[in-house]
Design a protein around this ligand. Structure first.
Ligand code: MG
Length: 252
């Protein structure tokens, strides 16, 4: 069932997601060659707790895996999502790192992701990031009251494919609220006009994951990689469906 948030719930969603947006904004300053993903995770967890939130991913469980051990997912280069921060993962000039973070506060979740450039990156890398960011924007633009979830999916997928890139298999956006992952599932490709109706008061996490070389993925525990080890980028925002344009709750 897709939950519709009332006014007081929306206030709480705003607060959790405000912390997510603030954190992702602040964290960008710390992304530099020589920094480890372990250090970035520590900085992120400190910011979340200073703001009165809890890191939602830490301890998150799915069947068959040990609970996620960190506050953020830190996914470098060919890692698509769910990278585990590590003291041995040192960022190098030219890398990209996707940071995905969830915050829980007052009973509600916030969720967003950014892919950061480490120092100077190649034109090819910049182009991947531009396409992924634009795909997220187009998906959000399609999230209009009265449209259907398939309108979001097709806006993302059609654009990404038109640019010659690939949507990562099996990874989707989702509803969000009292749970980190709620209905509906929001695929990153699909058919316009299909799927559940989008209604005012829904809160949705839209998150294209875009690969340069293949749609196929390889899983290693929590971590998803591109099968061909090509680069992958990820941008995500949590939005609120309104009467008019959707409102992004995870902006800074
Ligand atoms: Mg998400």
């Amino acid at each position: 069932m897709i939950s519709i948030k009332n006014k007081s719930e929306i206030l709480k969603m705003r607060e959790s997601n405000r912390i997510v947006g603030l954190l992702l904004h602040k964290l960008e300053n710390y992304v530099k060659p020589g920094v480890t993903t372990f250090e970035l995770n520590k900085i992120a967890e400190d910011i979340i707790r200073t703001e009165g939130g809890k890191p939602a991913f830490k301890g998150y469980s799915v069947p068959g895996l040990s609970p996620f051990p960190a506050a953020v997912c830190a996914s470098v280069n060919s890692c698509i999502v769910h990278g585990i921060p590590s003291k041995s993962t040192v960022l190098n000039e030219g890398d990209i790192i996707g940071v995905d973070v969830g915050v829980f506060k007052d009973g509600f979740y916030g969720d967003a992701a950014r892919t950061y450039m480490v120092g100077n990156v190649s034109e090819k890398t910049k182009a991947l990031l531009d396409v992924t960011k634009k795909a997220l924007e187009l998906g959000i633009e399609a999230a209009i009251c009265g449209n259907r979830i398939g309108d979001i999916s097709s806006a993302i997928g059609d654009y990404v494919r038109s640019k010659g890139y690939f949507i990562a298999d099996d990874l989707t956006g989702h509803g969000i609220g009292k749970k980190l992952h709620e209905d509906p599932i929001i695929p990153n490709f699909g058919i316009a006009g299909k799927g559940p109706r989008i209604r005012k008061g829904m809160t949705l996490a839209i998150e294209p994951m875009v690969n340069i070389g293949t749609n196929r993925v390889r899983e290693e525990g929590w971590e998803f990689f591109t099968l061909d080890n090509s680069l992958s980028a990820h941008f995500e925002n949590t939005i609120l469906i309104t009467d008019g344009k959707p409102e992004i709750l995870t902006v800074y």
